[in-house]
Design a protein around this ligand. Structure first.
Ligand code: 86X
Length: 526
């Protein structure tokens, strides 16, 4: 079966099966199982589903139209929502001078190995090497210092949709860990801390809605611990998702309150309205990348391939003409195809994104597999007998369920079905998240739960040094269990929604000896 794979993948339409007959069935499906070989499954689902193509620079991937369309839907939503909060879009250069980059010295040091530098033009060495942006604080804030003079210049709320480069050395994975990736980065400056803090949460809410309302992925909102926060800021808020098949948490997006740290570094000041004194602005920064696309694939995909949540799918519906046989006349075939096209137009007029697969060199069975692999949420099968009865059969990608729908008010019915699919994907993912989120009170429970691919809500003192130990020792536990070296648990976040009963509890790590301050979500993570 796998031997024919190469041919099928190229979509070779000039088959030798004859001019009239449909192309002979070829195997284009997945060769590995999600449950037994998750990482190969992920890679196959992305390439065979035509989301990405691998590239000869490690950590960089080609985003094919099927994936880029998902990003565009996310952009469309996010761009609209952030503009509602008064944010404006802009564009800053992708290059940073060494001197500007080093203004951020303190925490740049942690990141320094990841910065990519341009050192040559052609064969000649440049006088000053220039860095490619890993993020734009050092590029934008010198301009903020120029633009902000008085309280009347505030707030400034800017966003850019751009690419950034971080030359990471950890194992790269498409969407999850890229050396170049697309994102938006928002940077705002306010006169008061209160205004800034309000924005931090407003943006985090929008990020949560990208996950839940578009991608059908439930998230846990919370604050990062001291160890995991952005070192340049006062605190970091985050949305965290869970990938059941790997048992790992995944940071979804972050919204930071920077306090006055950067305004002091870059001298971003204004004259206070009342006191007429020079004050440092309060800043936020926040970002969401293409990473959630990877989470979406991992969470919803199944043994047959991608399962796209309807609100981001490039094609929400695919129409496949069925029941064509050798005895059919050209007129009969034409009327079937016309029937399909009419349905396509009807759905398009109701703003449903629809693909009509009238290719006659592929059989219906081949098309079913193809669109299943690509994860189209709904398939509409249209045969001559269906048309005669003025109905069609709709097949759900997520459940395989078939429903017969009358042609009258088809668009409304389809919209209802697409909403049902969204709700059902979200509720299944929620069930998985909730059943794998274990409330633990002892170190033994903690490590046992970790080994069973769960994430743990544990009482925690909050100290960075203690978190280092938790990570180290939870990794060692598994070596002892003879499973080979394995990743330790990191903190994912301190959930805003806290379980009751923290008062008087001790920190989860037995040697810590401190009182716990809050429940913290721990787990292996991407
Ligand atoms: C931290 C902070 C922040 C704006 C966001 O998380 C959202 C959007 N920026 C980014 N960060 C760095 O500052 C950083 C700096 C360098 Cl030099 C680097 F190579 C990698 C980095 N990664 C993250």
């Amino acid at each position: 079966m796998a031997a024919k794979e190469g041919k099928a993948e190229t979509g070779d339409k000039k088959s030798k099966n004859g001019a009239d007959g449909p192309k002979k069935e070829t195997r284009l499906g997945l060769e590995v199982s999600k449950s037994t070989n998750f990482s190969d499954w992920y890679s196959q689902v992305l390439t065979k589903g035509e989301m990405i193509e691998y590239y000869d620079v490690s950590g960089c991937y080609i985003l094919r139209p099927w994936a880029f369309a998902i990003w565009e839907e996310m952009q469309r939503f996010l761009d609209k929502e952030i503009k509602k909060t008064g944010v404006k879009n802009c564009y800053f250069p992708m290059f940073v001078s060494q001197s500007a980059l080093e203004k951020e010295k303190a925490h740049i040091e942690d990141f320094a190995p990841e910065v990519a530098w341009v050192t040559h033009s052609g064969q000649s060495k440049m006088a000053e090497p220039i860095a490619i942006r890993p993020t734009s604080e050092t590029i934008m804030y010198p301009a903020y210092a120029k633009w902000i003079k008085s309280h009347r210049d505030l707030p400034i709320k800017l966003n850019q949709w751009n690419n950034v480069v971080r030359w990471e050395f950890k194992h790269p994975q498409p969407f999850i860990r890229n050396r170049e990736f697309l994102w938006q980065e928002g940077h705002s400056a306010f006169a008061t801390k209160a205004e800034a803090e309000e924005e931090v949460l407003k943006i985090l809410d929008i990020y949560a809605r990208v996950y839940e309302d578009l991608l059908a992925i439930p998230v846990v909102k919370g604050r990062k611990t001291e160890k995991e926060k952005f070192a340049g800021g006062d605190y970091t808020t985050t949305v965290e998702a869970f990938v059941p098949d790997s048992g790992r948490g995944i940071q979804g997006a972050t919204s930071h309150h920077l306090g006055q740290n950067f305004s002091k570094m870059f001298d971003i000041t204004f004259e206070d309205a009342k006191t007429l004194e020079k004050s440092y602005v309060y800043q936020n920064s926040w970002g969401l990348s293409t990473r959630p696309i990877g989470a979406m694939v991992m969470i919803h995909g199944d043994e047959k391939g991608l399962v796209l949540p309807p609100r981001v799918a490039d094609a929400q519906v695919v129409i496949v003409p069925c029941g064509i046989n050798a005895k059919m006349t050209d007129e009969q075939k034409k009327s079937l195809f016309d029937g399909c096209s009419t349905i396509e137009t009807t759905l398009q007029e109701s703003s449903i994104r629809v693909e009509c697969d009238l290719r006659d060199n592929y059989s219906p069975g081949w098309k079913f597999n193809h669109w299943e692999l690509k994860g189209v949420p709904l398939r509409i099968d249209v045969g001559p007998r269906d048309l005669a009865k003025e109905e069609v059969v709709a097949v759900r990608r997520d459940t395989g369920e078939k429903v017969t729908l009358p042609l009258s008010n088809l668009a409304d019915k389809i919209k209802g079905l697409l909403d049902e699919i969204h709700a059902s994907l979200l509720s299944k993912a929620k069930e998985k998240l909730e059943s794998h989120k274990k409330l633990v009170d002892s170190w033994e429970e903690f490590t046992n739960a970790l080994d069973e691919k769960n994430i743990m809500l544990a009482p925690f003192c909050g100290a960075e040094a203690c978190e280092d130990i938790i990570k180290k020792e939870s990794a060692q536990e598994e070596v002892a269990g003879a499973k080979g070296p394995s990743m330790g648990a990191k903190s994912l976040c301190i959930p805003f929604e806290q379980p009751a009963g923290i008062t008087g509890k001790m920190c989860i790590h037995p040697k810590c000896g401190q009182l716990a301050k809050f429940y913290t979500l721990f787990g292996r993570s991407y």
